[in-house]
Design a protein around this ligand. Structure first.
Ligand code: CP
Ligand code: NVA
Length: 309
């Protein structure tokens, strides 16, 4: 805990294997407290500023509720309302917020903007999603998998779809916990080579195997966990049509999932598009754990907030 206090959460790659495991254990511990009705006001009197340059349901609600349940307060700042939306610099915003709040969460487009904010802030900065990564989501995903499978190391996770922020953070996260990950994307939509390279370094330490493929059947074969995400992420709305064509063979449906282990679980960060990246039969079916996954955003982020702030 001590070496995480005051730290930023920009990507999961930045944290060590024991640090990731600590956050997951903290999340389970705090979740159990809440389920037992035991108050856990670790952040009394503390404030989190939340900058949202993109839409959000889960991230906004889970961070705001987390701060409330930890005894603190959260401020929702949209670009329509704050001066950053009228061109005030990221650096100046970071310096001013740091004089008043105890932590800053930001959801935005460029990862470099989060890095710039962190460089100029004197309080912890938490990445609430960029075009490149979504670390808080994947902490919740790992917690969910651990709850349902009892372990993480040695499991096989298959991701089918776009090489986006979700798969980048899954690559980092799986590598840290020793979970094998097979990714299938159409050509031209692969995860970034730089991310794969960094994940490979951790994978060598933990024994995780990473496979970057184009064949969804190969990826899903014998998987314990099947994951997908939207074909067009926030900011890619104009590419929707073209992406629907490119991803047509990458739908997670009954036929594809018949290749997975018979007790596989299905995860999706949500929001989902039924009939596109996943069929209703799968996401609303017996293998799906997406509601546990959404709830776990709250518990995982409480662990992050209580530890970093
Ligand atoms: N999964 C996720 O981050 O959802 P929101 O976009 O609703 O925050
Ligand atoms: N890849 C999606 C995730 C949403 C939580 C997006 O960036 O829009």
């Amino acid at each position: 805990r001590k070496d995480l206090k005051g730290r930023d959460l920009l990507t999961l790659h930045d944290f060590t294997v024991p640090q990731i495991n600590f956050l997951l254990e903290e999340a389970s511990r705090i979740k159990a407290l809440q389920k037992a009705g035991i108050p856990h006001p670790y952040l009394q009197g503390k404030t989190l500023a939340m900058i949202f340059q993109k839409s959000s349901t889960r991230t906004r609600v889970s961070f705001e509720v987390a701060m409330f349940q930890l005894g603190g307060h959260a401020l929702f700042l949209s670009p329509r309302d704050i001066q950053m939306g009228r061109g005030e610099s990221v650096a100046d915003t970071a310096k001013v917020l740091s004089r008043m709040v105890d932590g800053i969460m930001i959801r935005t487009y460029a990862q470099s903007e989060v890095e710039e904010l962190a460089e100029h802030a004197t309080v912890p900065v938490i990445n609430g999603l960029t075009d490149l990564t979504h670390p808080c989501q994947i902490l919740a995903d790992l917690l969910t998998i651990k709850e349902h499978k009892g372990t993480l190391k040695g499991l096989k996770l298959a991701y089918v779809g776009d090489g986006n922020n979700i798969v980048h953070s899954l690559l980092y996260g799986c590598a840290k916990v020793g979970m094998h990950i097979s990714v299938a994307t159409p050509e031209g939509y692969e995860p970034k080579a730089e991310v794969v390279k960094l994940a490979q370094q951790d994978a060598q330490e933990t024994g995780a195997q990473i496979a970057i493929l184009t064949d969804p059947v190969q990826a899903v074969t014998d998987a314990d966990v099947v994951v997908t995400d939207v074909w067009a992420s926030m900011g890619q709305e104009a590419e929707q049509r073209e992406r629907e064509k490119a991803f047509a063979a990458y739908q997670v449906n009954r036929e594809l999932c018949s290749q997975a282990k018979s007790d596989f679980i299905f995860l999706h960060c949500l929001p989902a598009h039924r009939g596109e990246e996943v069929t209703a039969e799968i996401i609303d079916g017996p293998h799906s754990v997406v509601w546990d996954e959404a709830e776990n955003r709250l518990h995982a982020q409480k662990a992050v907030l209580a530890t970093l702030l």
